[in-house]
Design a protein around this ligand. Structure first.
Ligand code: SF4
Length: 481
């Protein structure tokens, strides 16, 4: 969901970056012409599982809070009697270190206090309009660009992971309404002015030329929107065309493509030539012969910790962290687990106990079933299409750093799936385990958009090598099939 505080950190789901930064110029509006760009074959409708309402403290704007604060919840529901339902973070909000002035107070198991029988009690009693804006927005993303507002979904919902529900392309009217809520949220959080919100709500196609989309290929190498779209288009083609039939090879080839883009850019060339550029198979296969470096291995261990053990710890300490302003790293158990995972590669995944990452990496599983391959490519397509993996919506992350973040998550998802196969002592890479892995790790992907600027820049530099994970991809591909 957008707008959460998880494990003591601010989190806002990555709906879009400040509209004030992207919508600059003269606009004439007409809401009937809202230029939403929707992905093909991507579906979503809430399936009412209640899972998205667990693991977060929901952030409320002042408007959200005004709708629920004076309700006598205890009178309406016995379980809510004498319960503290909200956490005041106004001081932190005013100091700029909290995204919202108020948060819901999660139960000890990390679930929202208003969740009963997998249903929202606010929605059930006061109607949908009283639900916090973040809950109404989830899991949609809206990224304004000079070509339109790109709409997609994040994967920290099992319904979006499984591609359940109606096609987004059939929900244009509803999505236009959600866009308006998204714009209102931005304004309530003080991220855009009334004037910018007025423009955003009624923006039309002819206004888009004035929308800014600032993105770098790597830190310090800016791209124009047209240049960015040459890369975007070719990446999507690589993923969907199966020019490289194995998904590992596709990812290595995409890394090579980005390296070629960087070479072209550095020579002052035209990125339009990427359209004709094919990546030969031997440029991919060479990575299967090289061992990952110590740095790559440590980074990979860190990534596994961040994606899976960190959220597990978050669940354990959710109640403390939701109300504490201290960094979770002050918790000795967290520090110990982090060091164990990164330095010795021993990590706990949900339902596996502590396993050795080197042993899991070597564990062989059968070739992926076509449904697994389709699922992985759908995720990759959706991330690139949405424009939500780099640029303004990801705290200024460069294209190559954002791409490496996606690859890191791919690698950790494979490890999650193989760890579960190893524990079950079979060789099946189950689609259900992939669903679970991506549902867990996409929360962490989205969280990059909420990092403070200094940490985001550090992350950007650390992930900016075009072939950062190619050796790991090559090595791990040998243990599949
Ligand atoms: S307020 Fe309602 S929709 Fe939002 S997290 Fe809580 S139960 Fe879920």
């Amino acid at each position: 969901m957008n707008g959460f505080n998880q494990e003591g950190q601010n989190f806002d789901g990555g709906t879009m970056n400040s509209l004030g930064n992207t919508l600059q110029g003269d606009f004439e509006g007409n809401s009937s012409d809202l230029p939403l760009v929707l992905p093909e074959d991507i579906r979503y409708n809430c399936q009412g599982c209640g899972r998205c309402c667990t693991g977060w403290a929901v952030g409320l704007t002042d408007d959200d809070y005004a709708k629920v604060k004076d309700v006598n919840w205890g009178e309406l529901k016995e379980e809510l009697k004498d319960k503290e339902l909200f956490v005041d973070k106004r001081k932190e909000f005013e100091a700029g270190v909290s995204m919202y002035p108020v948060y819901t107070k999660t139960r000890p198991d990390g679930s929202c206090p208003f969740l009963f029988d997998s249903l929202c009690f606010i929605h059930g009693t006061l109607g949908e309009s009283a639900k916090p804006g973040t809950c109404k927005l989830f899991p949609y993303t809206f990224i304004p660009t000079p070509s339109g507002i790109f709409v997609s979904v994040v994967y920290n919902s099992m319904a979006s992971v499984r591609n359940f529900g109606e096609l987004l392309t059939n929900q244009r009217k509803m999505l236009a309404e959600i866009w308006q809520i998204a714009v209102g949220q931005e304004q309530s959080k003080g991220l855009s002015t009334q004037a910018v919100s007025d423009v955003a709500i009624s923006i039309k196609t002819s206004d888009l030329k004035a929308v800014r989309y600032d993105v770098n290929l790597v830190p310090g190498v800016p791209l124009t929107w047209e240049e960015y779209m040459h890369i975007d288009k070719r990446l999507i083609e690589l993923i969907q065309s199966k020019e490289h039939p194995e998904v590992f090879d596709t990812l290595i080839a995409a890394g090579e493509l980005l390296l070629e883009a960087l070479k072209i850019k550095n020579k002052g060339g035209d990125l339009a030539q990427l359209a004709e550029l094919a990546i030969p198979q031997d440029s991919v296969d060479k990575y299967k012969l090289e061992a990952p470096t110590l740095f790559e291995n440590l980074l990979f261990n860190l990534q596994c910790f961040r994606s899976f053990e960190w959220p597990l710890l978050g669940k354990k300490f959710a109640a403390n962290w939701a109300t504490s302003s201290k960094s979770p790293l002050h918790e000795p158990a967290v520090l110990k687990a982090g060091l164990r995972s990164v330095l010795s590669g021993k990590i706990e995944f949900p339902d596996t106990g502590i396993v050795s990452l080197p042993a899991v990496r070597k564990y062989k599983v059968n070739k992926f079933e076509p449904e697994v391959d389709d699922f992985l490519r759908r995720y990759l397509f959706m991330k690139i299409f949405s424009k939500g993996f780099c640029g303004p919506s990801m705290n200024g992350l460069s294209v190559i750093s954002g791409y490496n973040n996606i690859v890191a998550n791919f690698l950790t998802a494979i490890i999650y799936v193989k760890a579960h196969s190893m524990v079950k002592n079979d060789n099946v890479a189950r689609i259900a385990d992939f669903y679970e892995a991506y549902c867990l790790l996409d929360r962490e992907v989205v969280q990059v958009s909420q990092l403070p600027m200094d940490k985001a820049q550090f992350f950007d530099s650390g992930f900016s090598s075009p072939r950062l994970f190619s050796r790991l991809l090559g090595r791990m591909s040998k243990e599949v099939g």
